[in-house]
Write a protein that binds this ligand. Sequence first.
Ligand code: IPD
Ligand code: CA
Length: 296
Amino acid sequence: MAEDPVGLDVPTDVSPAELEQIAIELARVAGRFVVADRPRELGVSRTKSSATDVVTEMDQRCQDLLRERLAATRPGDGFYGEEEGGRRGSSGITWVDDPIDGTVNYLYEIPAYAVSLAAVVGDPAAVGGWRPVAGAVVDPVAGELFHAREGGGAWRITADGVRRQLVLEEPSALDLALVGTGFGYDPRVRTWQAEILLEVIAEIRDIRRIGSAALDLCHVADGRLDLYFERGLNAWDLAAAWLVVSEAGGSLTGLDGRPPGSDMVVAGGPRLLPQLQRLVLAAVDKVGPVPVAGVG
Ligand code: IPD
Ligand code: CA
């Protein structure tokens, strides 16, 4: 992939192709699980950064399932997920999972959520201190799976089993680009994000807020979106989809030469990504810094 913020090497005894197969199989298992085992009365089991930042019992159960399966398959690997229960490893590989990306959609039965699973090197808790090696994102309602490994291309498998390599294509100009974005759970941050969006929206074709960052990024790779930007993402939201975008010929970055991380993620192809980056940077300069540092 083009960005290698830390120059971390993949351990020599590790096969990225094998990690990719594990990611595909487990993302599929987890995707089936969140659809099939959803209780009739799905409630909120706890909240995180705000009253609307919810965790359902299925987020935690899905993460537990992935963690247990990975411990059985590759006991030396670390595990870092959105919900409770991480593990340090000894192999040099850490699995990063978002058991349900798009939890609010899942809660409301809006069919736009995903399971994201990636094998990474480095420390996924440190912005700029890790990179993905292999990963998969499954959209269990559409029955679609996106997968990639370093140097292996980006792929989409549709519900009827058709496997197609993804090659990112770009419109000729920014004002023709359909741009995905998202908003955080803290209302003060969301208001700031809306102010940034006001500076961007007149310069593009239109905006989409689908509600799953992992799917948004995969859709930049498959052409359902042209570009994407969002503040407040964590490693679990983007680990697998980062690789899908970069293996399709695009990239993810932050602002001002920084790596993609919680401050900002901008994603797209080589023609329009720098233009969106400049637009978002100018918007941040005009609007001012986010009012609540460290809150997504
Ligand atoms: C959220 C989704 C959403 C994005 C938020 C994320 P979650 O993840 O990806 O699209 O806008 O920033 O936190 O909470 O549903 O796993
Ligand atoms: Ca997420």
